[in-house]
Ligand binder design. Structure first.
Ligand SMILES: Cc1ncc(COP(=O)(O)O)c(C=O)c1O
Length: 351
């Protein structure tokens, strides 16, 4: 057997090594746990799993449409937003095509593009932020998709509404612009993009969001995309019939109305970020101000070494070597106790 040539440059995803009992602050999960309303609804609905799930996710799509002010035809649900990235590439990318993203960003954009034999072009960034001019400079006649992460994982930086609008104006409408807003729920920037308004203006825009972060449902695997109906009709061709399981649909629908949990998650995050910034200032460590539920900081040493040393003391953070940031780490903002432990172990290790 001979593996397809496009796949030979890929390696299977390796989940991070976890020490048993260690505090996991490496994957930007919600340290408040899952939305209690979601759990209650799942327990109530679990007896129906002898029946295939609703392949159209009708109830969840209707709930999302009502909450966000769209039609349900504008919404697609995936087995995590990761799945949607793959479906998007399956729809638009083939051999000879390219997709554009930035150097230090979420790895799934690259994975999805290469999986369908496309080439990924990575634009340099400015101060940890996507740089519109550098992205635009990479566009050519073979460009099919631009993946734009806002706020960006792993830096937590963002681009504002006007800059995004200016950029979208310059992009040909036959290129799909995928705006990944996995962490947008955490943003408190007043000029953070109003992506709904942009979707009304740009037919080639697709927004991705997830239930994995602020709703605390990473293990259920539910993400969603918002786009014009014509775009979703094309992407739907590539979707498996029953891609989102029944507990996931039930849990996500209930989580959507869990305003108390949503508010508490945001509040814990902003208090936690403030504490971490103050402590990093005290330790004189550089960091990016984050619009997400994590902080990216410069540690001035090999981040893999620091990762190992911190894990030995009971905490896992994310070394950013694979993002091209060898001396940076990313830490999930947790509870007050988590954040204090992180700072204590970090300080200890850097001493
Ligand atoms: C930027 C970004 N997009 C998407 C995802 C994946 O979301 P999901 O769990 O819905 O697949 C992540 C997960 O960490 C992420 O960081």
């Amino acid at each position: 057997m001979k593996m397809k040539s496009n796949l030979s440059q890929m390696i299977p995803y390796k989940p991070g090594v976890l020490k048993e009992g260690a505090l996991k602050l490496s994957s930007n999960e919600n340290r408040l746990g899952p939305s209690p309303k979601a759990i209650e609804a799942i327990l109530h609905g679990i007896n129906n799993v002898n029946i295939y799930p609703d392949g159209t996710c009708r109830i969840l799509r209707e709930a999302l449409a009502e909450k966000l002010g769209y039609k349900r035809e504008n919404i697609i649900v995936g087995n995590g937003s990761d799945e949607l990235m793959t479906l998007i590439a399956a729809t638009y990318v083939s051999h000879g095509d390219n997709a554009i993203t930035a150097v230090s960003t979420f790895s799934e954009y690259t994975f999805a593009t290469i999986l369908f034999s496309g080439e990924i072009q990575k634009a340099e960034m400015t101060e940890g932020t996507f740089d519109p001019a550098k992205i635009l400079a990479l566009i050519n006649s073979n460009t099919k998709i631009i993946y734009f992460c806002n706020p960006n994982n792993p830096t937590g930086t963002y681009i504002n509404h006007n800059d995004l609008d200016d950029m979208l104006k310059k992009i040909p409408h036959d290129i799909l612009f995928v705006l990944d807003e996995a962490y947008a729920d955490y943003s408190d920037a007043l000029d953070f993009p109003d992506s709904k308004q942009l979707l009304e203006k740009y037919p080639n825009l697709m927004i991705l969001r997830t239930f994995s972060k602020i709703y605390g449902l990473a293990g259920l695997r539910v993400g969603y995309g918002i786009a014009r109906e014509e775009v979703l009709e094309e992407i739907l061709v590539t979707k498996q019939p029953f891609n989102v399981n029944t507990p996931a649909q039930i849990g996500a629908t209930a989580a959507l109305s869990d305003d108390d949990f949503y508010r508490r998650s945001r509040e814990m995050n902003s208090i936690g970020k403030r504490f971490i910034y103050d402590e990093l200032d005290r330790l004189e460590l550089k960091y990016y101000e984050s619009q997400a539920n994590f902080v990216c900081l410069y540690i001035g040493m090999d981040s893999k070494v620091l990762f190992q040393q911190m894990m030995d003391q009971g905490i896992t953070i994310r070394p950013l070597t694979s993002f091209g940031l060898e001396q940076w780490i990313r830490v999930t903002v947790g509870t007050e106790e988590d954040n204090r432990l992180f700072i204590r172990i970090l300080e200890n290790t850097l001493k």
